[in-house]
Design a protein around this ligand. Structure first.
Ligand code: SF4
Length: 347
């Protein structure tokens, strides 16, 4: 038996109601809490073995036209030092990533009008021409159906768009009035319809979030059935309206990862950098709670510190190879290994 596994208890979360989910999030029974995490870990091992998929994160622009209250690169943060990577710089990140064994590249950025459909299509095609055996994941926010379709037709495979909170009133407290949950959800539907493998997710412990909001998030994710689920603790950024808010907790994030793993056993769930930021072994703990993906940073070292969505973000000072090696050793220490694989969602 895996050395980290406690006595198995079976949890049927595919159909659990709100009250049962609330109990799991709030229980003070340590045995139940440990059994939840152990069951999630077992479910992940059954699906993926001790293999962990890696995604090479390329943060290619920190310009953003939006003003989300929690985000360090929101447009009204005058102190953010802005940058955009060129196509050549992006391809160079892919080259070093490919050599390190990455077979998925995640192009992440703010909603930057510079990156029109034509510009994105050109970049996607160039990556797919040079690295045809890789998957491209986009994480560039809300766009039109035509835009999503053009990028999909150019070769993009996956799209990450966190819904952030499934409650419209809560959404309105985190975002300016021109951003709405309705539009976010419409974008998610469009992405699914076009054929992307879709990822969604939310912040844990964001300002004004209630336990009922988290239950709404869980039920939304279970109904939507995304192929990828990204959650991480809210961490305040010093130059945002939420600078003095309290960060989300490791404990709640771990329980939520475990619940999501048991709800959607085949989903690709990253152990996020935000988890690694609130605790030195946060990413390892995420894996042991049922996550199966890590996303090391492939962005050029000189821009890493400028893509600061929240304070104290880790891995902003090391080269990609160093990050990869560090993660490999961390995962090995808990009995897991990184695999060279696109890591697609499998039915
Ligand atoms: S969260 Fe995303 S859309 Fe909102 S300001 Fe930050 S980068 Fe822009």
């Amino acid at each position: 038996m895996d050395k980290h596994l406690a006595e198995p208890i079976s949890f049927n979360l595919a159909a659990a109601d709100a009250a049962a989910l609330k109990d799991l999030l709030q229980t003070t029974d340590k045995n139940l809490r440990d059994a939840l995490l152990a069951a999630a870990r077992t479910a992940a091992i059954k699906q993926f073995g001790h293999n962990i998929y890696i995604r090479g994160l390329i943060e290619f622009t920190n310009y953003c036209k939006n003003d989300c209250y929690y985000c360090g690169i929101r447009c009204s943060n005058q102190k953010a030092r802005r940058y955009r990577l060129t196509k050549e710089q992006i391809l160079s990140c892919c080259e070093s990533g490919y050599q390190l064994g990455f077979r998925t590249f995640v192009l992440q950025g703010g909603e930057d009008p510079f990156f029109t459909d034509a510009v994105m299509v050109d970049i996607i095609k160039a990556i797919k021409t040079d690295y045809p055996d890789t998957a491209i994941t986009l994480s560039i926010g809300e766009r039109s159906y035509a835009s999503y379709k053009a990028m999909y037709d150019a070769g993009a495979d996956r799209y990450l768009l966190r819904h952030e909170t499934a409650n419209p009133e809560h959404y309105a407290r985190l975002h300016p009035v021109k951003l709405s949950l309705a539009n976010r959800l419409e974008c998610l539907q469009m992405l699914k319809e076009i054929g992307y493998q879709v990822g969604t997710g939310f912040m844990v412990g964001s300002p004004y979030q209630t336990i009922d909001n988290l239950i709404e998030d869980l039920l939304f994710v279970r109904d939507f059935k995304p192929q990828m689920i990204g959650i991480g603790p809210f961490i305040p950024h010093h130059d945002t309206p939420f600078h003095n808010q309290v960060a989300g907790t490791m404990e709640q994030t771990l329980r939520l990862i475990a619940i999501l793993r048991l709800m959607l056993p085949k989903a690709l769930i990253p152990s996020t950098t935000a988890l690694g930021t609130i605790a030195p072994d946060g990413r390892e703990q995420g894996i042991l709670a049922g996550a199966n993906v890590v996303m090391p940073n492939l962005s050029p070292i000189e821009v890493r510190k400028d893509y600061l969505l929240y304070d104290n973000k880790i891995c902003t000072g090391e080269e990609a190879a160093e990050c990869n090696f560090c993660l490999q050793s961390r995962l090995q220490s808990i009995g897991y290994k990184i695999v060279v694989d696109r890591g697609d969602y499998k039915e």
